[in-house]
Design a protein around this ligand. Structure first.
Ligand code: SAM
Length: 191
């Protein structure tokens, strides 16, 4: 999927910047964590969390090879308490994983954790597969969610959509913030 989902474009659309703290929830092998670490720089931090030790092992290899100092990669379940302080994260990214958690019926724990760790003006960024034509890459159409369905799910936890954009042929990105900040629309610092 590397060629069809441009991580730098996603991070640019999110507005990630120097000094930010990003939580890459379900980071996999670090497709987003690694470029994000270069954007946030030495003053910033990337928490890269995944439930797969094998995938984290690949990311740890990249961290070692490239001597990356600002990624903290750790094993964990995003639906349970994670080792990140309250109100400490500027952007929480969930890429290609949200639909899985909804399908597994475990989204409540995840959303509560995200609300806990995000700063009050933090952004939740969800990248997922378009729900148009069933074709690889991606899960079966029956488990895909469109941006409106994502908005309905996260809306139950206080998030409101600020913007949704297509990212390449297979994906969309939806940016959400908590409560009234959503009404600030384009004036929001990051969106
Ligand atoms: C399709 S991969 C996407 C990886 C990466 N975000 C990307 O887009 O390249 C989904 C990842 O989510 C992780 N994952 C699934 N459920 C999880 C959970 N409850 N907690 C942490 N990670 C989870 C999987 O281990 C897998 O690495």
């Amino acid at each position: 999927m590397a060629g069809v989902l441009d991580a730098n474009r996603v991070l640019e659309e999110i507005g990630l910047k120097i000094g930010d703290t990003l939580l890459d929830a379900g980071c996999g092998e670090g497709r987003f964590s690694v470029p994000a670490s270069k954007i946030v720089g030495v003053e910033g931090r990337v928490y890269a969390l995944d439930a797969s030790e094998e995938r984290l092992g690949v990311l740890r290899g990249t961290i070692a090879e490239q001597s990356i100092a600002n990624i903290e990669a750790f094993l964990g379940d995003v639906t349970e308490r994670i080792s990140v302080d309250d109100d400490s994260v500027d952007v929480c990214l969930m890429a290609n994983v949200f639909h899985e958690l909804v399908e597994d019926g475990v989204i409540k724990g995840e959303m509560e954790e995200i609300r806990r760790v995000l700063k009050p003006d933090g952004v939740l960024a969800i990248v997922d597969f378009k729900k148009d034509v069933e074709r690889p890459p991606g899960p079966p159409l029956s488990v895909r969610l469109d941006a409106g369905e994502v908005e309905n799910v996260v809306g139950q936890y206080g998030f409101k959509r600020v913007r949704a954009v297509e990212i390449g042929p297979y994906h969309y990105l939806i940016l959400l913030v908590v409560g009234d900040l959503a009404h600030e629309g384009d004036d929001h610092a990051r969106i």
